[in-house]
Write a protein that binds this ligand. Structure first.
Ligand code: MBD
Ligand code: FE
Length: 279
């Protein structure tokens, strides 16, 4: 590999992307804010007592918190270490397709392509070709026509367009609308595992704790249709590195793909269906 994951070329860009995100519906009720803030601070106080935190450690924490902001890595850090529990709570009542975390690298507005065509990619895009296809249905299994399937993922070196340098803007990002039969298909290239940039503050935190900085190879998806709940999810590859040891704890058994050889002889193919809950 000619480049390695750098903070500047990856995690940091996610702050600018997050700043553009539409945000509504956060708690404005002082009683709720107070309850959450009180519990959060009490939990922190208990940790300080339990581990007898020293002043040197307290100052190291302050310096690190300041650095995460300076690096622009709060979206990266929070999505890796916190989002999985927010997602668990948000989607606890869902009966259809299983969701998981969005992560920091979604960009709305990807090109809409014909179902069955290739994702935007470089002429020499590296990797194993993958035909990813399926059907969007309601909870009864009735196909949903005109559903939106928004797919984005890293390349064969684990880099995301618009976050790592030197990749065309919409590389490996596209939207497909389902046909009358609810079906969709994308021709793409299988992604590689993703490494949290090791030279930024999130990487420093992981190194200091002696953990590994890897997520398993994954496809990101947002699937939606009028009158249905949008599902944000990821799909992983059976037997792949880190599938059982994701630093972001975002793998669920329902989300593991088992691709087979493609019928046309080029690479792999896999079918995955999404049942959407009513809105
Ligand atoms: C990713 O690619 C990702 O999906 C998450 C959740 C966090 C960091 C990088
Ligand atoms: Fe990702």
């Amino acid at each position: 590999m000619s480049e390695t994951a750098t903070a500047a070329g990856s995690g940091a860009n996610a702050t600018a992307t997050f700043a553009r995100k539409e945000r509504t519906g956060a708690a404005a009720d002082p009683a709720r804010v107070s309850a959450i803030a009180t519990d959060t601070l009490q939990a922190l106080h208990e940790i300080i007592r339990k581990h007898e935190l020293t002043y040197a450690e307290y100052d190291a924490l302050k310096a690190w918190l300041i650095q995460v902001g300076a690096d622009g890595e709060w979206p990266l850090f929070l999505d890796v270490f916190v989002e999985h529990v927010v997602e668990e709570v948000a989607n606890a009542d869902r009966r259809g397709a299983v969701g998981t975390i969005e992560g920091p690298y979604y960009v709305p507005g990807a090109p809409v392509i014909e179902s069955g065509s290739a994702m935007p990619m470089r002429p020499d895009e590296k990797g194993t070709p993958l035909l990813f296809q399926g059907t969007v249905t309601d909870l009864d299994g009735t196909p949903v026509a005109g559903a939106t399937v928004d797919l984005w993922h890293a390349d064969d070196e684990g880099y995301y367009s618009q976050f790592a340098p030197g990749i065309p803007e919409w590389n490996l990002r596209a939207v497909v609308h389902t046909g009358a039969d609810g079906r969709f298909a994308f021709h793409t290239m299988q992604p590689a595992p993703y490494q949290i940039p090791t030279d930024g503050s999130t990487g420093a935190f992981i190194t200091a704790a002696g953990w590994h900085p890897w997520r398993p190879a994954h496809l990101h998806l947002k699937v939606s249709a009028p009158g249905k709940q949008l599902v944000t999810t990821q799909l992983y590859f059976d037997g792949g590195d880190y599938v059982t040891d994701d630093v972001a704890q975002a793998v669920k058994p329902e989300l593991v793909l088992r691709p087979g050889p493609a019928a046309d002889g080029t690479g792999n193919e896999v079918t995955y269906d999404f049942a959407l809950d009513p809105a």
